[in-house]
Design a protein around this ligand. Structure first.
Ligand SMILES: Cc1cc2nc3c(=O)[nH]c(=O)nc-3n(C[C@H](O)[C@H](O)[C@H](O)COP(=O)(O)O)c2cc1C
Length: 400
């Protein structure tokens, strides 16, 4: 997605500097040439070697350092080829320096010398963020064309729960991809994505579920948004944060997911069912917590009778209106992956199926095959779920 793009990531001295590792690593995985410029104080919180290893390039902590000798006038030669500068995290101090046009460290010097778009992700204590000086400096940067992302509300390192958290790396990457004008081939399209493993109640406190984290569905939702789509994300994942600009509709059970899918299905040109929907649920969920009972010192066995859940794919395939809506399913199999995935594609009347095995569950990466209606099978090596999302969406975009 970002191959051929050079991105400078500025890191200043907020405790959120650790999240910059994820930003750098994700940009690299998307194919960008990444250079990190750190402030001197940031070096107290995180070692330059970490970024050197993640980016594969020397880290700029000093414009006069001998290792940059290969670059003629580093702050100019690098900034000239940069397509984007991201400062994550951006301290109150760096915001102030930028607002004044100062250039007394490598990072601010490079920003001043660059005509590339700039994206800053502030992170600081809430009192600092509300300080009128910071408010004024930030407003000035916005007026001058700097793009801002965050800060968000949540738990902060200082112990407060308030505004000041740096935005999540995923959201920073999405915004960066948008600024770099990635393919907008889903603009004007509505994509419905489901994610996560459903939970089927045994009693009010217990449920049956599966190992799906929802990461693949969230990666698809983010990637579709990056490519310009309007995205509806229906999620059974309990803990993943909503991606930027996407409001996840939270559901619990297969029945809840079916209801939500049917609500939004009609507007969608593509439906991607990445959720791991339970096949069975307890037939008689109890209204109160089941007690552990012992009779005459013998533990009483409990049996849970199961019944099949709603078949969401089948329900929507029946009314999908061929040629007007693309239906993508996922098949996770522990044996005979391709044969079983093909069978599912046919039985559920899908247009495309993503076949993967159980090693994918709950992980960051996926090895998968894409099987289409015409029998074409393409195999893809292990890769990040973000990258895989774009591979899948290449096929979706070509068809809708
Ligand atoms: C542990 C620690 C965490 C800090 N976190 C932040 C922060 O999140 N945001 C901020 O603006 N300053 C923070 N500061 C204060 C800055 O590090 C300080 O203002 C520094 O001079 C900024 O330098 P720099 O902007 O060149 O990196 C923190 C300081 C310490 C010691």
């Amino acid at each position: 997605m970002l191959s051929g793009k050079t991105i400078i990531v500025g890191v200043s001295s907020s405790i959120a500097a650790y999240k910059a590792c994820e930003v750098v690593s994700r940009l690299k995985k998307l194919g960008a040439d990444v250079w990190v410029a750190m402030t001197k104080e940031a070096g107290n919180l995180i070692a330059p070697l970490t970024f050197r290893t993640l980016s594969g390039n020397p880290v700029i902590t000093d414009l006069f350092a001998p290792e940059l000798n290969s670059l003629p006038v580093p702050h100019i030669s690098l900034t000239k080829k940069a397509h984007l500068i991201i400062i994550s995290p951006c301290t109150a101090n760096i915001i102030a320096k930028l607002a004044q046009g100062l250039a007394d460290d490598p990072l601010t010097t490079m920003v001043l010398a660059s005509e590339a778009p700039k994206l800053i992700a502030p992170a600081m204590n809430p009192a600092m963020w509300r300080n009128p000086l910071v408010v004024e400096n930030t407003a000035k940067l916005k007026r001058l064309g700097f793009q801002l992302i965050g800060p968000e509300s949540g738990c902060l390192a200082c112990g407060d729960s308030d505004i000041g958290r740096m935005s999540e790396p995923d959201d920073i990457i999405s915004r960066a991809v948008g600024l770099l004008g990635g393919a907008q081939d889903l603009k004007g399209r509505h994509v419905l994505v489901t994610a996560g493993g459903t939970k089927e109640a045994i009693d009010p406190v217990r449920f049956i579920s599966n190992r799906s984290s929802g990461r693949m569905g969230y990666a698809l939702a983010r990637a579709a948004r990056e490519r310009g789509a309007d995205v509806t994300l229906i999620s059974a994942s309990g803990y993943l944060p909503d991606p930027l600009d996407i409001k996840a509709i939270k559901v619990e059970s297969a029945a809840g997911m079916l209801e939500a899918v049917l609500d939004f299905y009609n507007n969608a040109q593509a439906v991607i069912m990445a959720a791991a929907v339970a096949d069975f649920r307890p037939k008689h969920p109890k209204r109160s917590k089941i007690k552990k009972v012992e009779r005459r010192k013998l533990k009483v066995e409990h049996r849970i009778e199961l019944e099949p859940t709603e078949d969401i794919l089948k329900a929507i395939a029946q009314q999908k209106g061929r040629n007007s809506r693309l239906l993508v399913g996922f098949a996770l199999e522990t044996e005979e992956l391709i044969r079983n995935a093909k069978k599912k594609l046919e039985e559920k009347d899908l247009d495309l199926i993503v076949a993967n095995d159980q090693t994918t569950l709950d992980g960051e990466a996926i090895k998968f095959s894409l099987i289409s209606r015409d029998g074409r099978i393409d195999e893809y090596p292990l890769q990040s779920k973000d990258r895989a999302a774009h591979v899948i969406l290449d096929r979706v975009a070509a068809a809708v």
